[in-house]
Each structure stands twice: as C-alpha cells, then as structure tokens.
Design a protein. Structure first.
Length: 126
C-alpha cells in the first residue's frame, strides 16, 4: 500500500509524479528543485541560495509526512555543474546532523526547468 504525501509548503509536482510516496516505514521524496513554493519561480541566485531552497522544499515534505531531517537515511544530489559541489555541500551540512544520511552526488547534463541542483531522499518514517 502506498500513500501520497503532499504539502503546499513545497512546490507542486511539475509532471505526473507525487511530491512523496510513503510505503510501510519508508518515505520516498521526489527530487526537489530550488523552486519557490509560493511563486513557482526557479532560484536564480548563488548555488548556496539554490541549495538552501531545494533543501527547504525537501524539509517541508519530510515534515508533512510527520518526520524530521534526522530521519533521512539516503539522499541523491544532482548538480548541473560538479564545480558547485563544495558550496552546495556546505549548505547541505546545515540541514543534517550526525550520523549523516548516506548520499550520492552526480553532475548531470541538464535538470528540469533549468535548475542547478535537485535533491531526492529516502526517509525512515516509523
């Protein structure tokens, strides 16, 4: 059985997918772009600003599911430019505490809507 998780505090899906799906004790959060949930506008600032917005969107969905960022067990970070990794990583560290989630990070050719970063997560929601 799967349950859709949705919140107006994160951007609406930009395609035929859910913000997140809960199944059993796991929450699968779709990739979060740095979109402003109020305006739908893409972050046009620094990679730090964009990372902060993507993570704020992720956090809003995790919270809507009744969990916290401490419950995140795995993230995947997609970057339009791997040269942004160190700056994005510094902001990422503001949102998580030890033990940090497992993580993969990749440079990709293009992200939806011209985004510079997208972050997805798997969360333990016992």
């Amino acid at each position: 059985m799967k349950t859709q998780i949705s919140t107006p505090n994160a951007p609406a899906a930009v395609g035929p997918y859910s913000q997140a799906i809960k199944t059993g004790t796991l929450l699968f959060v779709s990739g979060q772009l740095p979109l402003n949930p109020d305006t739908g506008a893409m972050c046009e600032g620094s990679i730090e600003m964009c990372t902060r917005q993507a993570l704020a969107n992720l956090q809003a969905i995790v919270t809507a599911a009744g969990a916290s960022m401490n419950d995140v067990v795995k993230t995947t970070v997609f970057l339009a430019d791997i040269a942004d990794f160190a700056k994005a990583n510094a902001v990422y560290a503001e949102f998580f505490e030890q033990p940090f989630p497992a993580r993969s990070a990749f440079e990709v050719a293009t992200l939806p809507l011209g985004g510079r970063i997208e972050i997805e997560a798997i969360v333990n929601v016992e």
